[in-house]
Write a protein that binds this ligand. Structure first.
Ligand code: KDO
Length: 336
């Protein structure tokens, strides 16, 4: 047996040292990665669930190794509506919050929970990506310690009934057990529509419709498809009562620890996710009625003007409208 030559030793040594350096770098990298936990009640097939992967993939390219993105769908990490509290406690970094979640802590935000205020997706984007959005998101940051990175179009909420029913005006919804998410702001919207609102978490809606503990639910068409509500309902009534937004929010604890370049990369990735979601939802909304009809559902158009008049009057007379900043409704209406 020949003894190892000098060059063999040095090559081996070099390899060992290089491997050790590699491992140490990897460890340092892993340790330095910011935990970015995301929780949402969205079902995997929904665009606002898939958009998180779009965000993650962009971050992997623009900021490799910076974030450890962990996506939890189906409310498997936190139950619907519990996300802002989890963020405040440092147990969650990101989610989509609704105007209804925000209104609990920023009461003036209830203006966006009112039916027939936002006109369409383009109006929604103009309002939230302009000075009104800036002012309102500043309040969100101050009171909730959450920075809004991008508004998203969740869709236009429609009525979806278990059984066939003539629905022309709010009076036709009298006694209908309409499922709403479980907060007073949501229940008020159900009441304003003329129904008997029944609180239920999103994850329980399918079963509620199947077993008949509820008569109806409201959600945008893409969600009626992705959560398969069309399988357990017979009618869609196009009230278009709420052009609904969600807001991609990050905890200030994480946000304030980032440098300007990292902030820009995270914001840009969130905006890419929002754009992806918006484009897909709008395309879906234009084509899904044909699909639902092919599945045997009846699609009806009520007297939308009657719904609008009644819902707007209910909100304007309510305690909610009393805390809306003076002139805000007019400014929203005037946004073109
Ligand atoms: C729902 O529970 O009806 C709702 O549409 C309310 C939204 O604010 C949002 O929480 C949404 O569910 C979930 O993201 C599931 O799609």
């Amino acid at each position: 047996m020949t003894s190892p030559t000098f060059s063999m030793i040095s090559r081996r040594t070099w390899l060992t040292v290089a491997t050790a350096i590699g491992l140490a770098t990897q460890q340092a990298f892993a340790q330095a990665r910011q935990l970015l936990r995301i929780s949402t009640p969205a079902v995997p097939d929904d665009w606002h669930a898939k958009m998180w992967t779009v965000m993650k993939e962009q971050l992997d390219k623009t900021a490799p190794g910076l974030f450890d993105v962990q996506i939890s769908l189906n409310a498997s990490l936190f139950k619907q509506g519990a996300e802002p509290v989890a963020m405040a406690r440092g147990n969650l970094e990101m989610t989509t919050i609704s105007a209804f979640d925000i209104a609990k802590l920023v009461p003036e935000f209830s203006i966006f929970t009112a039916g027939y205020v936002i006109r369409d997706p383009a109006h929604l984007m103009k309002v939230f990506n302009g000075p009104i959005g800036d002012e309102m998101f500043k309040r969100v940051s101050e009171k909730m310690d959450i920075t809004v990175l991008a508004p998203i179009y969740y869709g236009t909420r429609q009525l979806n009934l278990r059984d066939l029913r003539k629905v022309n005006t709010p009076a036709d919804l009298k006694g209908v057990k309409l499922r709403m998410p479980g907060s007073k702001e949501w229940l008020f919207l159900g009441e304003a529509l003329g129904a008997t609102p029944t609180p239920l978490a999103f994850g329980e809606v399918y079963l509620g419709l199947r077993t008949g503990t509820i008569d109806a639910q409201d959600n945008p068409l893409p969600t009626v498809k992705s959560a398969k509500f069309y399988e357990v309902t017979k009618q869609i009534t196009l009230t278009s009562h709420l052009v609904d937004a969600l807001f991609i929010g990050v905890s200030n604890k994480l946000w304030n620890g980032l440098n300007p370049d990292q902030k820009a990369k995270l914001k840009s990735a969130a905006q890419a996710a929002a754009q992806y979601n918006n484009a897909q939802r709008i395309a879906d909304e234009n084509q899904l009625l044909a699909y639902f009809k092919s599945q045997g559902l009846t699609v009806t158009t009520p007297d939308v003007a009657a719904f609008q008049k009644s819902v707007q009057a209910t909100y304007l007379q309510s305690a909610y409208a009393k805390v809306w900043p003076k002139g805000l409704l007019e400014r929203i209406n005037a946004t073109k």
